[in-house]
Ligand binder design. Structure first.
Ligand SMILES: Nc1ncnc2c1ncn2[C@@H]1O[C@H](COP(=O)(O)OP(=O)(O)OP(=O)(O)O)[C@@H](O)[C@H]1O
Ligand SMILES: [Mg+2]
Length: 408
């Protein structure tokens, strides 16, 4: 299609695989045209446990989205988030070779910022430039063309375990999908859920999924911390199963239909009938008890988030508040509980920005990562010098391509 580019985002979550397809028009507009989801069979805790099943699941999610969009998908932007991802601040410095900064100078300074000692099997996954400095002049979002002698960058690195990421990419290859680029999950979600204004004011993004809770913190327009905690909404379901003695499927049903993360918010303390299992009689349970179980675990997860933020030194005033997403964001009361545990007045469930077309089909929180990936893809193909960098790194034998994230 002339003047249009099809972009597919593929989010391999531990509960379900989500695929979102968009059209990127020449004028920059991104129209959503399809989405699909399929249970993550063959994946366990974000790791490939059965390759054949994993390939089938990926194919099914992509096929559903392709059918809705009426396009054939051969390449995807992939999200990765294993519990071994880490993020920290970095700094790089390089001499400007010509009169003014060109893309080679930017690449050189980014290279320096990446030059840090990492544990074995760990790779730099993303470099997120936050601030460029030319001869002591700070606060530069895009240094290209600026005259000077010395270029510095303050940035953020995201690192991850290469083997796990490669296993996920191999599944895509077997599903006949070329991975154009892989993006750390919270960074992808941030593309669609956080406005530049919110990032400027300071904002905390929390993506509570099935096995993981991902956090991304933005201050002064740029990311300052990102982390993946190895606990999510499935631990709530497991507690319901264990304490009420129901099968897992029933526990999930109870959570979705009657669940609330803040007991004090339930209006009617009805009796819920549990189906008899294994010949046993039906039993009833008070809704307040179900919600007590949910609240206890949700509270624990949010305390982990609070600890992570404290340890990372994220103690600024977050005037942009907290943006919740991921499947658990559907849980009534989670917003109220989040405000209480994190001590922040403002928390909401995020809604996707920057997209048009079938916006409604991706408005559920679980689609935010895949939708964000489509926007990442739109940006990547727009910014030519990022692709140049990828080629250059490949030529030097880097094992994987790199993405730069430009400050807004
Ligand atoms: N209406 C709902 N109420 C409560 N919880 C819900 C609801 N809908 C989904 N969930 C929970 O959200 C979780 C799945 O969310 P999501 O699809 O974002 O996870 P995922 O991306 O597959 O997993 P992860 O990001 O951890 O790898 C499950 O624990 C599920 O029980
Ligand atoms: Mg997820």
């Amino acid at each position: 299609m002339a003047g249009q580019m099809i972009i597919a985002g593929l989010d391999l979550g531990s509960h379900s695989i989500k695929c979102v397809i968009g059209v990127h028009h020449d004028d920059g507009q991104v129209d959503i045209i399809g989405r699909g989801a399929h249970p993550s069979n063959g994946f366990q805790h974000g790791v490939v446990s059965n390759k054949a099943d994993a390939v089938k699941s990926v194919k099914a999610a992509v096929a559903e989205a392709s059918l809705m969009a009426d396009v054939d998908i051969k390449e995807v932007f992939l999200s990765v988030s294993t519990r071994h991802m880490q993020s920290f601040n970095t700094h790089g410095m390089a001499r400007i070779l010509g009169d003014s900064v060109d893309s080679d100078d930017v690449h050189a300074v980014i290279d320096m910022a990446m030059a840090i000692k990492l544990p074995p099997e760990t790779e730099v996954f993303h470099v997120v430039p936050q601030d460029y400095i030319v001869d002591h002049r700070a606060g530069i979002a895009n240094p290209l063309g600026i005259k000077g002698v010395r270029l510095e960058v303050q940035g953020h690195l995201v690192t991850g375990q290469l083997a796990r990421i490669e296993a996920i990419e191999a599944v895509c290859r077997h599903a006949k999908l070329n991975v154009v680029d892989a993006v750390y999950g919270p960074l992808a979600s941030a593309e669609t859920l956080l406005t530049n204004h919110a990032k400027d004011m300071g904002v905390i993004l929390i993506d509570m999924g099935a096995d993981t809770t991902e956090i991304a913190v933005f201050e002064g327009g740029g990311i300052v911390h990102a982390a993946t905690l190895a606990i999510g909404g499935d631990s709530i379901t497991q507690d319901i199963k264990d304490l009420l003695g129901t099968p897992l499927v029933e526990a999930e049903h109870l959570k979705r239909v009657y669940g609330c993360a803040e007991r004090s918010l339930i209006m009617k303390d009805e009796e819920i009938t549990l189906p008899g299992v294994g010949g046993r009689n039906q039993e009833t349970v008070k809704r307040s008890y179900l919600c007590e179980i949910i609240e206890a675990r949700a509270e624990e997860i949010l305390h982990f988030v609070a600890d992570e933020l404290e340890q990372a030194g994220c103690t600024a005033r977050y005037n942009g508040g907290v943006i919740l997403t991921g499947g658990c964001a559907n849980l009534p009361g989670l917003v109220t509980l989040t405000k209480r545990i994190l001590g922040i007045d403002d928390a909401i469930v995020g809604t996707p920005n920057g997209i048009q077309g079938l916006v409604d089909v991706v408005k559920k929180p679980r689609y935010s990562t895949a939708t964000g990936l489509v926007l990442c893809g739109a940006q990547l193909k727009h910014l030519q010098w990022f692709s140049n960098r990828q080629i250059r790194l490949k030529r030097r034998g880097a094992r994987r391509t790199l993405r730069f994230w430009q400050r807004a």
